[in-house]
Write a protein that binds this ligand. Structure first.
Ligand SMILES: Cc1ncc(COP(=O)(O)O)c(C=O)c1O
Length: 474
């Protein structure tokens, strides 16, 4: 059998790289401790690899994996675009230079950079003020909805509901519920977009906000966005923009101009640091002037020809320590600065072109369109998760599966702007191959990867929560 990923054993059942502690150990004496005897030990077994062994161990692990540098990675909504190495270099170097506890006067360069990034993001989103503090998209949502809540409370206008379309990301629902709101789910119209009549029925004087992404998770632009904004604003609510799909609009349209009052940027999707699987991110939040006084503490502003941290008047308080998730923010700054206006416009054009090209090439039904940066195909009658696992055997990463639920057996596909026509054709060939395969083949996939399919039921019912060697009985 030909494998796409390394397997560091000849045995088909054992396709793993041993832990360092299984390879080379050393007994280390523990020095005397002031703690009670029953809380200490005399010695400790620690891994003791030689440096080349260590380097090989991590190289082998990386070869057992699939990443953006292995091949196309069209994980819809996650925007797993290639992360340019120069952003890593810049972030590594600048991160090493500044201790976060240094006084403002000694970190003027760092504050200047934060201030410029606040400004860039504000101009990209059409927002008057931006905080860099939240450390992820979901954290940005939570911060943004807290800001909306604080704003209403400040105006003695207690409201109890947040309206969210049924196609929205799960974090939108979780955010509203965690902020103490009742969620009103908005059914999508037949064309996959917001239905104005359904919206009018859902919105009331209890509506604190409507959370929306545009283009939505089907990759469809909400053409009636101005009418949508009017319905929400007329009821006294705020319009929240989930910025996860901003990649489609960069340099072309701005949420602020569409009537949104508060938004988060998933900078790890739109600019650099792709993080499917839960890696590092940052979720800056932008607001209109009316909401600027509620931004988290601290915020950076210019002062006497320099910059300082300050606490906005009605701040919702702290959402993160120090500068926010600084390395990710640095990568964002590097990416935006390197691309400039023309580069950002080019990026959104290619993101949209690539999604539309790929949608045309695949044999699966794609129920809605035309798209922006992503599309949702239906794997039905195949099981979307099985089809996705089989795509790994054809050498590509699969799309996001089974979401949004309004498409049967959804394959949510976002190729991103960085992929060449060759890579898109490679992806299309994988879709084509899997489309023609029978259920039995799909159900046993993947066969050619380093890790096989796990028994998900068994894993959930009897999880192993600590490392055990594969031949261990327990
Ligand atoms: C539409 C949408 N909103 C919000 C989020 C949450 O972002 P994060 O994963 O950074 O918390 C995601 C993540 O994939 C998303 O796709």
């Amino acid at each position: 059998m030909k494998y796409d990923q390394a397997r560091w054993t000849d045995d088909d059942d054992e396709r793993y790289e041993p832990l360092l502690s299984e390879k080379a150990n050393r007994e280390v004496a523990v020095e005397d401790s002031p703690l009670p005897d029953d809380l200490t030990r005399d010695s400790l077994e620690l891994p003791d690899p030689a440096e080349p062994e260590l380097a090989r161990h991590y190289t082998r692990l990386s070869q057992m994996n699939y990443g953006v540098e292995s091949g196309p990675f069209p994980l819809g909504s996650c925007t797993m675009k290639y992360n340019p190495s120069f952003t890593e270099d810049i972030s590594r170097r600048a991160d090493a230079a500044v201790h976060p506890d240094r006084p403002d006067s000694t970190v003027q360069g760092t504050l200047a950079l934060c201030h410029r990034l606040q400004d860039y993001l504000g101009r990209i989103g059409g927002m008057d003020a931006v905080t860099l503090q939240p450390p992820a998209g979901a954290a940005g949502e939570f911060t943004g909805i807290q800001i909306a809540k604080a704003y209403h409370q400040h105006n003695d206008d207690e409201r109890s509901e947040v309206v969210i379309p049924d196609s929205a990301h799960g974090t939108n629902f979780a955010t509203a519920a965690m902020a103490g709101y009742d969620v009103v789910e908005l059914p999508s119209g037949e064309d996959g977009r917001v239905d104005i009549e359904a919206l009018e029925a859902a919105v009331s004087e209890e509506t604190a906000a409507l959370m929306l992404t545009n283009p939505n998770t089907l990759g469809l632009f909400e053409r009636d966005i101005e009418a949508i904004a009017d319905v929400v604003h007329d009821a006294g609510g705020l319009l929240y923009y989930d910025g996860a799909n901003l990649n489609a609009l960069l340099g072309r349209a701005r949420p602020g101009d569409m009537g949104f009052d508060v938004m988060h940027y998933n900078v790890h999707k739109t600019f650099a640091t792709p993080h499917g699987g839960g890696g590092p991110g940052a979720g800056p939040v932008g607001v209109t002037e009316d909401l600027a006084g509620f931004l988290p503490d601290p915020h950076v502003r210019s002062k006497d020809g320099g910059f300082e941290y300050y606490t906005p008047d009605h701040s919702v308080g702290k959402v993160h320590g120090y500068y926010g998730n600084w390395p990710v923010l640095l990568k964002t700054f590097a990416y935006v600065t390197r691309l400039g206006d023309a580069g950002l416009i080019d990026a959104s054009a290619k993101a949209v072109l690539n999604a539309n090209y790929l949608a045309e090439q695949i044999p699966y039904e794609v129920p809605f369109g035309p798209f922006h940066h992503e599309f949702v195909a239906s794997a039905s009658p195949q099981d979307a998760a099985d089809a996705a696992k089989r795509m790994l055997d054809h050498g590509v990463h699969p799309p996001t599966t089974k979401w949004p639920e309004i498409v049967d057996e959804a394959l949510m596909t976002e190729p991103t702007e960085g992929e060449s026509k060759r890579s898109l054709d490679q992806l299309a060939a994988a879709f084509e191959a899997v489309h023609g395969e029978d259920d039995e083949t799909l159900a046993s996939a993947p066969e050619r990867t380093a890790a096989g399919r796990i028994d998900q039921v068994e894993a959930a019912r009897t999880p192993r929560l600590s490392w055990q060697a594969l031949d261990s009985e327990t």
